[in-house]
Design a protein around this ligand. Structure first.
Ligand SMILES: [Zn+2]
Ligand SMILES: [Zn+2]
Length: 691
């Protein structure tokens, strides 16, 4: 990403300006703000040479000259603007360096962001770890740690907002909840604590209590949530107990708002930040606790470089800065369950009072012929309508239903090697997208000799029409992308539900939110098989988390009806069980097949517009890998084989030891896909999605 060049409040070396004026007449002066810059030049500094890392996928630093008047502002972690070829990029100062001999004409830095405090040593350390672990450049890692691109003039806020840590009176902290406070375990020292809870309201009280105790110890707190819509209710709740300032950090802030929040945090003016993924990098200097809400949520994995997982970064930051990290969950990720079992995390179960939860019915759709709604679900809806209660019908969002499902026995054709569903291709082929196993689509089901297969998914519109036909007097509404994207329509959906203006709501993952589900007495999963048969080894786990979440959020005296062609699947059967049987079965399968968390996975994705070229690169990589002592899958085309005109192939390296994979990447593979024209190669360490 190229940084916008901004001269506001910056210190400019006049010589640089002249130099650039010679190169390009309106390069800098064209901005028209030169005369507004402050003239705080300090001329008694010394010329320095510095190493700078840039926001580029290059694992190297660049050496620049610092003119004397800027050198007093240069420290490790300072953000600067530098020229590179014909571009201007932002970078971070790593260290001072000797002037290298034989390197005359070193370029000078253009600007120092003197209003930013330099990145702290511990954040730089965190950046180094991200760069190493997630196989990205240090420059990319540091730029995501400090995502500020411009400076703004800060206006002092009045009232409580600007309270400092030292200025916070203990009396005010006592406004936080008092009830049953003393019984709550408060983690001290380093370590990771897995808090299991089945009730959001109770977990919110727990957060309040933990926050309070941490602030009392004069330490700061970061609370992280998976999605923006979790933030406002949480902020309101905390505000009603805690009058101090709260910084809100998420991706929809304007650059000014983001700068203001970063500014307040780095100067200790607020002690509590709540936000989405990026809040993990809030530049607190006396951090005492990080809470991660819903740690199993897959939104915590960053899709673009650096492809970090928030949970891992939180744990690392706690380790570096020596404080506890709390992972809160209703159904832990398999990774966390596994670590807790091994004693890496401490588990704390937080179930209080009577945890009544909705009754689950599993409906075998093989007995329902071609019906969309089973008789059990229809009966439930009828009863709900009579009692003036609301129903939600859920359909899987991803229309990725290209698997073959036998309507007689409910079996789906799976890869014999990888335990994921085979994807149906129009040419009548079935393909495994992990190992490239292929077979001809059978005419009769290999299990039951049945002849009827189903392979197309059902859309929400179709379902809405069907439901309106069945229940002509009911108020049916569809909650889809348009509704969710507009906050006004979304609010209306919530208030209409509260006012009982909706009898049946039809929707996808997008409406699995507390504000909506808390009105629901009946939730019908129209077809669970779409989720179950995603070509991803985590399909079962995703289903398990989603259905558990629905169960947690809907009315506890309600009923969850799951329609499926595969009622005996362990991810569905174990939903009804209190013990962690799902995890036991799932972890055994993962162990047998060499899947995470038993082995690390590193996915290499190749994209390019010329298919044969991508295939050729993939093939040379395979040849090179066969000489190495590591397992790998592929290369094969991705489940989404072509996106925006680019053909997509991937391969997956598997090993217990990540550093061994890194070594192969550095020495053998990277040169095969990096810097090749027409090929974009990306590396994803511990990938969550492989589509
Ligand atoms: Zn069959
Ligand atoms: Zn396979």
């Amino acid at each position: 990403m190229i940084q916008e060049l901004s001269l506001k409040d910056s210190l400019i070396s006049p010589r640089i300006l002249v130099k650039y004026e010679l190169v390009s007449n309106n390069f800098l002066f064209g901005q028209g703000s030169f005369h507004k810059t402050k003239g705080e030049m300090i001329s008694d500094g010394k010329v320095k040479y510095i190493k700078v890392v840039l926001n580029l996928p290059l694992n190297q630093s660049f050496t620049y000259k610092v003119p004397a008047e800027l050198s007093p502002y240069i420290k490790t972690g300072t953000k600067v603007l530098v020229p590179l070829k014909r571009r201007v990029l932002s970078g971070f100062v790593l260290e001072e360096t000797e002037r290298k001999d034989g390197r005359r004409n070193l370029k000078e830095i253009i600007k120092v962001f003197k209003d930013f405090l330099p990145l702290s040593d511990s954040l730089i350390k965190l950046g180094r770890w991200i760069s190493y672990y997630y196989y990205c450049s240090l420059g990319e890692a540091l730029h995501s740690i400090s995502p500020i691109q411009e400076t703004f003039r800060i206006q002092k806020k009045k009232g409580n907002e600007g309270e400092t840590l030292a200025g916070q009176k203990p009396g005010k902290l006592n406004c936080l909840i008092e009830k049953s406070d003393e019984n709550i375990f408060v983690p001290q020292g380093k370590g990771v604590f897995l808090f299991k809870t089945k009730d959001t309201k109770k977990s919110n009280l727990l957060y309040l209590s933990l926050i309070k105790k941490t602030l009392q110890r004069e330490r700061q707190v970061i609370l992280i949530v998976p999605e923006i819509n979790y933030l406002l209710p949480l902020k309101e709740l905390i505000h009603s107990h805690y009058p101090g300032g709260i910084a809100l950090l998420h991706s929809r802030l304007s650059s000014r708002q983001r700068y203001e929040e970063w500014y307040r945090i780095s100067r200790g003016e607020v002690c509590l930040a709540i936000g989405t993924r990026l809040a993990i990098f809030a530049p607190f200097t006396k951090l005492g606790l990080i809470i991660v809400e819903e740690e199993e949520n897959s939104a915590y994995k960053q899709i673009e470089a650096p492809r970090y997982h928030l949970r891992e970064v939180a744990i690392k930051r706690g380790e570096i800065e020596n404080f506890p990290v709390v992972l809160s969950t209703g159904s832990p990720s398999l990774e966390s369950w596994y670590r807790a079992k091994k004693g890496v995390y401490e588990t704390i179960e937080f179930y209080q009072g009577n945890n009544k939860s909705p009754y689950i019915s599993i409906v075998d759709m093989r007995k329902e012929k071609d019906r969309i709604l089973s008789s059990a679900l229809e009966e439930g809806i009828k009863k709900n309508l009579e009692e003036n209660k609301s129903t939600l019908l859920f359909l899987n969002r991803r229309g990725f239903a290209n698997f073959l499902l036998c309507l007689d026995c409910g079996k789906v054709l799976y890869c014999p090697n990888c335990n994921i569903s085979l994807t149906f291709h129009l040419q009548g082929k079935l393909v495994c997208h992990y190992c490239d196993y292929q077979e001809k689509a059978p005419r009769v089901c290999p299990s039951c000799k049945g002849r009827y297969f189903r392979r197309t998914g059902l859309g929400t519109e179709q379902l809405e029409i069907e439901v309106k036909k069945r229940f002509s007097k009911a108020y049916v509404r569809r909650g889809d992308l348009d509704v969710i994207k507009s906050s006004l329509l979304y609010k209306k959906l919530g208030s209409d539900l509260a006012d009982k203006k909706i009898d049946i709501l039809v929707g996808t993952q997008l409406i699995i939110k507390e504000e909506i589900l808390s009105h629901m007495n009946l939730v019908g999963i129209v077809i669970a098989d779409g989720l179950l048969n995603l070509p991803d080894f985590r399909a079962g786990e995703y289903l398990f988390h989603l259905f558990n979440k629905i169960r947690r959020l809907m009315k506890p005296q309600g009923r969850l009806v799951i329609q499926t062609y595969n009622p005996a699947h362990y991810a569905i059967e174990t939903l009804k069980e209190k013990k962690d049987n799902f995890y036991r079965i799932e972890s055994r399968i993962r162990k047998d097949l060499g899947y995470p968390p038993y082995l690390h996975w590193v996915r290499i994705l190749l994209e390019g517009s010329v298919k044969t070229k991508v295939e050729k690169v993939a093939e040379t990589m395979r040849e090179s890998l066969e000489k190495e002592k590591t397992e790998f899958l592929g290369p094969s085309s991705c489940p989404f084989a072509k996106i925006r005109g680019k053909y997509r192939y991937h391969m997956i390296l598997k090993n217990e030891n990540l550093s061994y994979i890194r070594e192969i990447l550095d020495k053998k593979l990277s040169p095969l896909f990096n810097g090749i024209q027409g090929i974009r190669g990306t590396v994803d360490v511990d990938p969550l999605q492989t589509m």
